[in-house]
Ligand binder design. Structure first.
Ligand code: ATP
Ligand code: MG
Length: 654
């Protein structure tokens, strides 16, 4: 049976949506023809100490390079995320905390309580000598203190650098050293799926490594209550330093272009980069995209399952939702603990209305079938979202039909750490959905496709995705290495920002991300996107997940090498291998026929759940020769190194 390729706008949804079809057309046209008028108007959604009059001053031309938004404006991000709501939403829940164990009580933190906690910590940080412009590393589990810490830094103008709580000492040390942080905020332990994560011990180990001498103080949140070694006078208990502080704290007046935070990318393609975001443009962009893309309403219970250690957690758990006065759920645990219904149980428990997650989580849950989902209600849901990787149409349909009961539109949001917020996504009241497509650009965003020579391609085309002009949420520099910023993003196709992603635009002007450009495979002169072949494999009923890479091939230039994970309970066999290869052939065409297919009990992923194809490429390229670990490149962001080992060992038996 053929599946619909297009899901028209839901009339029920559109009837109440903030942005309708005509609004989108009209506002998009204005946003690109008169960006100053458009973004000047949108900036009024924030509270400024001094309203900006100079809205946009940007140029991607190398000889004249600059990115400045709202440059004469002054504001404070924590005031916008907290103080501003006290008059109208003081008792509204800002953060709804759901702990790792379903038996532990959830917590509601009102805007008033959040204000007090942020002010107290901000005062404590000042008392510990942290000043405007100093860097603070935050290495915490998904607990309210993570958001409180970010906002407290923002209040005093310190630049936060959140490091995902799943990272090991080496990765913490790299990020502390690169940012020369003065203070680290951590917890005794984290909890994930009932397992304890020794956060404080990891920080201790990290701070023994070279380059970390800048750290003067370590604040330790008591979370599990485990006994940890406190090293005096460096280490201080968080509650002890915070408790005696006044509940009011004068916010720092920040220029719009003053740094707000620093965050390292997830490392899918190489060594992570220290991405720097500034205050005004970032906050305008995070809050506006959050309201528009998620069609936010006052009574929504909004849940983004990302970790605050990733940009999604920054923009769409903390800054966007709180700047909008929303109720944001923070979940400490994992989707499969105590069982694979956990996400949906939480949706029912807190009557979540908007749910935003990653394709990797959807594919993992799909492996366990429909029943764990069907046994929950999910009636409260009205909108679903995804981010992080291309979503295979198969996974999209499962998400739509099973999780959303064919009732909730899905926003497939394409963006990057570097972009600060969503750049390409449906607006569910305005744009028909096509599974696997991020659809259309957000206001002010001007995507274009270029060929290898940098020529802009018109109409239906496939090429490298670039952006022709700036948007307020754009990163401003690679921390400590402005030249690397220019070289990485603006030199490949001069005059444009190069995303590193490949993309196809269809006859309706819809954008389809085909994967990283580095991952595109060239078979006998035909460019084949990894996402397309992977989607064909995943559409086979026995396949849960697949990753495809190129390898040198005598005749074709490059051949196709596929790694396949089967759904729970399916056994591999040579017959199934032949069947899968034939399946891809019939879905896409003979040109996409995989030359090799290796069974993969697991795939190498970043800690944020993205497939690291560069490692799979190394394995595929190595053929039958030896493969030393150092030949695999930077593996520090790998979630589970043992997966790679087994793929290396198994490769000869493919
Ligand atoms: P690094 O830059 O260090 O290699 P990374 O690119 O994985 O790491 P992120 O900024 O977290 O770091 O991820 C952005 C990338 O994720 C995008 O460039 C794109 O490849 C992919 N991506 C994100 N959302 C989507 C989406 N909705 N559809 C397709 N791809 C997506
Ligand atoms: Mg990237």
């Amino acid at each position: 049976m053929t599946q619909p390729a297009c899901y028209p706008i839901s009339e029920a949804f559109a009837a109440r949506a903030r942005i309708g079809r005509d609004d989108y057309q009209r506002d998009y046209a204005q946003s690109v023809s008169e960006p100053e008028a458009f973004w000047g108007r949108i900036a009024q959604r924030l509270e400024w100490f001094r309203a900006p009059t100079r809205i946009k001053d940007t140029s991607f031309a190398l000889e004249d390079f600059r990115i400045r938004w709202y440059e004469d404006g002054e504001l404070n991000a924590s005031v916008n995320c907290v103080d501003r709501h006290l008059a109208t939403r003081g008792d509204k829940t800002a953060l709804l905390f759901e702990p790792d164990s379903p038996d532990a009580p959830s917590q509601r933190i009102s805007y008033r309580q959040l204000h007090e906690r942020v002010c107290k910590l901000a005062n404590a940080l000042r008392a510990l000598g942290v000043r405007k412009g100093d860097r603070v590393t935050i290495y915490l589990p998904m607990i309210p203190e993570a958001a409180v810490s970010m906002l407290a830094c923002a209040r005093i103008g310190a630049i936060h650098n959140v490091v995902f709580g799943g990272f090991a000492p080496n990765s913490i040390a790299d990020r502390v050293a690169d940012s020369t942080s003065k203070l680290v905020i951590t917890a005794d332990e984290g909890l994930r799926g009932g397992r304890k994560v020794p956060l404080k011990a990891n920080v201790d180990a990290a701070l023994k490594l070279p380059g970390t001498d800048s750290v003067e103080t370590v604040l330790v949140v008591r979370h599990t209550g485990a006994a940890v070694e406190m090293q005096m006078p460096r280490d201080r208990w968080f509650d002890a330093v915070v408790n005696d502080q006044p509940a009011q704290c004068e916010p720092e007046r920040m220029n719009a272009e003053d740094p707000l935070f620093l965050l390292y990318t997830s490392g899918s393609t190489g060594k992570p980069k220290g991405v720097l975001h500034t205050t005004g443009g970032y906050l305008v962009y995070a809050s506006y995209t959050h309201e528009a893309v998620f069609d936010l309403r006052e009574d929504d219970v909004y849940w983004c399952t990302a970790d605050v250690g990733w940009v999604t957690g920054h923009s769409y758990i903390v800054y966007g939702p709180l700047a909008n006065g929303a109720t944001a759920l923070m979940f400490e645990g994992v989707p499969n603990h105590p069982d694979v219904s956990r996400f949906w149980q939480i949706v029912d428990k807190h009557q979540v209305t908007i749910f935003y997650t990653a394709p990797t989580a959807i594919r993992a849950l799909m492996r366990d079938g429909d029943e764990p989902v069907r046994r929950t209600s999910r009636r409260s849901l009205r909108l679903l979202g995804t981010v992080g990787e291309p979503i295979n149409p198969e996974a999209w349909r499962w998400y739509y039909e099973v999780v959303g009961d064919s009732r909730c539109p899905i926003v497939d949001t394409w963006w990057q750490t570097e972009t600060g917020g969503i750049l390409i996504s449906p607006l569910a009241g305005a744009i028909d959905l096509k599974p696997g497509s991020a659809t259309k650009p957000f206001f002010g965003v001007q995507p274009a496709l270029v060929d290898a020579g940098g020529n802009v391609l018109e109409g239906e085309a496939e090429g490298n995705l670039v952006l022709l002009d700036s948007w307020p949420g754009q990163m401003r520099t690679v921390y400590g290495d402005h030249q690397r910023f220019i070289d990485t993003y603006f030199k490949t196709y001069p005059g444009t920002y190069f995303t590193g992603d490949g993309c196809r635009r269809d006859a309706d002007g819809y954008y389809w991300i085909t994967g990283r450009v580095d991952d595109v495979i060239n078979v006998s002169g035909h460019r084949i996107g990894t996402a397309e072949v992977e989607s064909a494999l995943v559409s086979h009923p026995k396949v849960a997940e697949a990753a495809v890479v190129g390898f040198p091939h005598d005749l074709k230039g490059q051949g196709i090498y596929a790694y396949v994970t089967l759904i729970a309970g399916e056994a591999n066999s040579d017959a199934l291998r032949r069947d899968l290869i034939a399946h891809v052939r019939s879905e896409i065409g003979p040109i996409a026929t995989p030359d090799h297919l290796q069974w993969a009990p697991g795939l190498p992923k970043t800690r944020s759940g993205k497939i690291m194809r560069r490692i799979l490429r190394k394995i595929a390229e190595s053929g039958s020769s030896e493969l030393a670990p150092e030949q695999l490149g930077d593996t520090s962001t790998l979630a589970d190194p043992s997966v790679v080992e087994s793929l290396v060992n198994e490769r000869l038996r493919r």
